[in-house]
Each structure stands twice: as C-alpha cells, then as structure tokens.
Design a protein around this ligand. Structure first.
Ligand SMILES: Nc1nc2c([nH]c(=O)n2[C@H]2C[C@H](O)[C@@H](COP(=O)(O)OP(=O)(O)OP(=O)(O)O)O2)c(=O)[nH]1
Length: 151
C-alpha cells in the first residue's frame, strides 16, 4: 500500500486483523528476496514477495496475485510453510511457490526496489529484514520448516 493511503493499524482495535500472504521461492538453495520500494510501508526493507489478502480471495489466490503484481511472475503455489502474526498484528500465511525458471522477474517499481537470490544464511544477516522473517529463517535452519525442491 503506497504511503499516504489509509491502512488498518493494529492501534485501531475496532477493525479485524489484516491478513496477508508471503510467497517463498527457493531454487538451487537460494531464496528470492525483494527489497521493498521506498514508497511503501517499511521502505527499503528486505522481505519475500507478498501482501494483503483482498476480500473474497483465498490465500493461494492472493499469493498468485502478489507475485504477478510485484514481479510479473506466473507461479504455481505449493504447500503452506508457516503461519504467524507479525508485530503489526498481521495474520500472515507463508506459502511455497514455484516459477518456470526461464521466466525472469520484472519488478513493479512502485512496490519493489530490487530483487536478489540469497541463501538463508545470507538473508539472516541482513540488517534491514522485516522482523518476522528472522523467525522464519530460524525455523528453516532448525528444519522445523522444510522447503521442497522445485519439481
Ligand atoms: N510482503 C511481505 N510482507 C511481510 C513479510 N514479512 C512480514 O512480516 N510481512 C508483513 C508486512 C505487512 O504487514 C504484511 C503484508 O505485506 P505488505 O506490507 O507487503 O503488503 P501491503 O499491506 O502493503 O499490501 P499490498 O498493498 O501489497 O496488497 O506482512 C514478507 O516477507 N513479505
């Protein structure tokens, strides 16, 4: 959501908690990481592609839409990897996603500054990662979360 637009804040307890999705793509041991644009909340932070679930959407439909909107990727949604509530009170579902590797991501600059392929270890030492992502990476390192190889 661009800056300046209203959005649901966890300070406003009269609204239901916001729900979001994250799409995790792993290829040859590397994760697809985005750097958020300077126009959105948490500007220039690193995270996985994703965003809010719109009314009437399933989690999988929201993952498909966000990967298309942010990176112009036409993906296949795999298994649900994790679920958490972020420090902002967002109910966040983490899904594994597969792309056709011949399809290069094309960033939507209003939402994404840049993208990177990183190992979990490289990602874990980023200083500007969204907080819940450290927890995700810790569980991945402990093999409490397992990501399937691309088919
Ligand atoms: N995209 C994304 N969001 C994350 C991650 N980790 C994490 O805690 N979040 C939080 C930040 C937001 O509160 C929420 C949804 O993501 P967002 O900020 O990108 O999306 P948004 O609400 O602006 O919605 P949208 O306009 O893109 O649909 O999930 C992550 O790895 N990727």
């Amino acid at each position: 959501m661009p800056l300046g637009q209203s959005h649901n804040s966890h300070a406003d307890s009269s609204r239901p908690p916001r729900r979001g999705v994250v799409g995790v793509i792993m290829e040859q041991g590397k994760l697809l990481v985005i750097r958020r644009s300077r126009l959105v909340r948490a500007p220039l932070k690193y995270c996985f592609p994703g965003g809010s679930i719109e009314p009437g959407e399933t989690e999988q439909q929201a993952v498909l839409r966000e990967l298309d909107e942010e990176l112009a990727l036409d993906v296949t949604v795999g298994k649900k990897l994790w679920h958490c509530t972020t420090s902002w009170g967002v109910d966040l579902a983490w899904w594994q996603v597969f792309r056709d590797p011949s399809q290069e991501p094309q960033i939507a600059p209003s939402e994404v500054d840049s993208y990177y392929w990183m190992t979990a270890a490289e990602m874990q030492v980023l200083r500007d990662l969204l907080p819940s992502n450290y927890e995700f990476l810790k569980l991945l390192a402990q093999q409490a979360i397992t990501i399937d190889e691309a088919p």
